[in-house]
Design a protein. Sequence first.
Length: 359
Amino acid sequence: MSLSKIATSLGLSVTTVSRALGGYSDVAEETRRRVEAEARRIGYRANPIARRLRGGRSDAVGIVLPTGPGQFGEPFFLRLIGAIGPRLAEAGLDLIVSSARSGSEELALYRQFVENRRVDAMIVARTRLEDDRVAYLTHARLPFVTHGRTRAGGHASVDIDGTRAFHEATQRLIAFGHRRIGFIGAPLDYGFGFFREAGWRSALAEAGLPCAPARFAEPSEENGHRLAHELLAGPDRPTALLCATDRLAIGTLHALGDAGLRPGHDVSVIGYDNSPVSNYAATPLTSYDPDIEGAAGRMLDMLLAQLAGQDGAAMNELRGATLVPRRSDGPAPDRNGQIKSRAISREERSDDERPHDTA
């Protein structure tokens, strides 16, 4: 069905019909009602692309994952997209997902999205303390929200309190009797890498313990495996390892196996993200659940508020993460490799800590 058919039926020009259906104020109310009634009668539906072009909107939100091509498998990103997509659909908005390597390639894609008017707003994932993407979007005056904080602030953001989580994790290990607690982290220019390392460092300082060796690399299983091997081969081997992500922690568990060490007995390991694989590792991984779904909901609340005209500069929220204890951490061994304090009984374990049946 076309605009011309409605125009012919009502004795109006195509331009008048188009403007009536587009909501323009220069069309008389009686004419608008006649046009809308005729459109309903003949089952006319407006072309959404044309409607968007007329309104200067794309009805889309973009997210560029800072990964190389073919690397969408990051569990955190998949959970974030899975939580965001349905909420945007409810609001009548599309989600455009792309990926680019961090740096100039990534920023060029942001420019393409914004300057070609492909999106009305952006979601920025995995912020850096000094973030060119945030600076560009602020300058472009495009609504956006970040998952994570930046050093400058002054923009809509939702973050998980990694400092508190890793402070708590370190205290847990200290209470288990560990005194050599190593750290395997993400690069410190990432906001999450910086804040999680700060929690580990501050808890050791409060306990009067020296910072055990630390290693940093992009969060992947391969890097976790490599860095754990380095720390385990040192002269003063840690009895516990805190890992900034579950991917690093899974690699660490494999490194312990290579060395003939038992997670949760010879060396304790704690991760972060509560990714699905953490519950099904050979030794289920103690981890922190950052409630990605809840954080995504708050990010979209902020984004929709900005699209409705509100200023996002003061919109920020710092949320907590929840410890999910399993079997990869426990009491520290003594110099002979024996557990210093009694083992936790089955009755004292949470459901997640109890041994899992395996096929």
